[in-house]
Design a protein around this ligand. Structure first.
Ligand code: G3I
Length: 393
């Protein structure tokens, strides 16, 4: 397998070398730049998988609504997930109130277009992402009891409001990426790390038909060893204690600029990554690719070269992930470059816009779209997860 270093070197060489003839240039650019080809979800479905995307309510309704973008979603997606609207910060302006308006926009849109709904997230157990009121909450004289009440009320209300959700990220990112230890929040300070088990048990009661997922961003990269080990410890603990967990969410924000650019997805890294996935699937867990995009921070400026490098890495990654029959869901973290969360973070040195998703700023399919399609075509068949709302309570 090519290392990221060779990938980048190859891409840089391509960028530096003038293309011999206009024909060569168009041959390089041709695959899937303008025509998106078959629907990604149709290709996924043919292999027992589902393809979908994160979306924000603002593109569906309101002054920033974008019908050209929603047309892409309707064409390619069999499922949607709220990018932000079902997080505590969005749903819970204060301890008493639930504000479902923005998330309802997405749920109604998905329902109207026959798209299933994933849920993200019942508890982002990370102090940075708690609403202020929850961080400062006075849990009173019986803090453990009150914390459990606040948590389980939230989970019950949200699950009851969205009974169609086929898969919930019950806990998101509670393993400290540097140390592998569990993070502390106001809730865990009040009730201990039991908070995690209680979240899963409550979710099982409140959403008995939904797949229950632990979601995190560990990867094969150098510096992620403690993170991977911490996640495996957490999963093992869940299994030992009989906590109802069905799947590991592998966020899959892959690509350049995430950590250390001198280390890539080479054979040694791939071996480490497979070891991690073997352990997780060995516990009987399914795999959800929950937030897929390919960061192009350090790739060459030339869009043709850059898009090809993004597509190549995406394809290699998906091929590996699809070799596990436990991988049944692929959610892109956005489908259109200008809306990607990566635009606002870790700027490129040349200041250029990023190109981490399947569609460019002109709504044209990029090579990454073709790479995802080809990975689905090449994937072995698997037993599908039931995502039909008819099976929900
Ligand atoms: O909606 C407000 C707006 O009213 C306000 O004017 C503006 C000013 O900053 O902020 C807006 O909220 C932003 C929100 O995105 C919606 O755009 C928040 O500041 C910003 O922090 C938030 O970022 C999101 C981030 O999670 C934190 O919640 C990203 O869009 C979202 O892509 C990202 O998603 C996470 C997953 O949930 C978990 N895994 C990692 C992934 C990427 O970071």
């Amino acid at each position: 397998m090519t290392t990221r270093r060779t990938l980048l070197a190859g891409a840089a060489a391509l960028a530096a070398a003038p293309l011999a003839t206009p024909l060569a240039a168009s041959a390089l650019a041709a695959p899937s730049r303008d025509a998106a080809g078959p629907s990604l979800n149709d290709l996924a479905k043919a292999k027992g998988m589902t393809f979908g995307s994160a979306v924000s309510a603002g593109v569906i309704a309101g002054p920033r609504r974008d019908p050209r973008y929603t047309a892409l979603l309707e064409r390619d997606c069999g499922a949607l997930v709220c990018e932000n609207e079902t997080k505590w910060v969005a749903l819970r302006p204060d301890a008493q109130t639930f504000d479902f308006a923005a998330a309802d926009t997405i749920a109604a849109y998905a329902g109207a277009h026959d798209m299933a709904l994933r849920g993200h997230t019942l508890l982002w157990h990370h102090p940075d992402w708690f609403p202020q009121w929850l961080t400062n909450y006075d849990f009173g004289s019986r803090p453990a009891t009150e914390a459990e009440r606040v948590l389980s009320d939230h989970i019950r209300r949200v699950c009851a409001h969205y009974p169609q959700v086929f898969s919930w990220d019950v806990i998101n990112e509670t393993v400290d990426a540097q140390t592998g230890a569990l993070r502390d929040t106001s809730l865990s300070n009040a009730m201990g790390q039991r908070v995690l088990d209680v979240a899963f048990h409550t979710a099982r009661e409140a959403a008995p038909h939904a797949q229950l997922v632990y979601n995190d961003y560990m990867s094969w990269e150098a510096g992620h060893e403690a993170h991977r080990a911490g996640v495996l410890r957490l999963l093992e603990g869940f299994k030992t204690r009989g906590v109802p967990i069905d799947a590991l969410g592998v966020q899959s924000h892959i690509g350049s600029g995430n950590q250390d650019d001198s280390v890539g997805f080479d054979t040694a890294q791939e071996r480490e990554w497979r070891k991690f996935l073997d352990e997780a699937t060995g516990m009987g867990l399914d795999i959800v690719i929950s937030e897929f995009d390919v960061h192009d921070k350090n790739l060459p400026a030339d869009p043709v070269v850059r898009d090809q490098a993004v597509a190549d890495l995406g394809r290699r990654y998906l091929d590996l992930m699809f070799s596990y029959p436990q991988t049944k869901t692929v959610m892109a973290w956005g489908m259109y470059d200008p809306y990607s969360w990566l635009q606002g973070r870790w700027p490129r040195e040349d200041g250029g816009a990023k190109r981490p998703t399947p569609f460019d700023a002109e709504y044209r399919a990029k090579p990454l779209h073709g790479a995802i399609a080809d990975a689905f075509r090449a994937a072995p068949m698997r037993t599908a997860l039931d995502i039909t709302p008819a099976n929900r309570n």
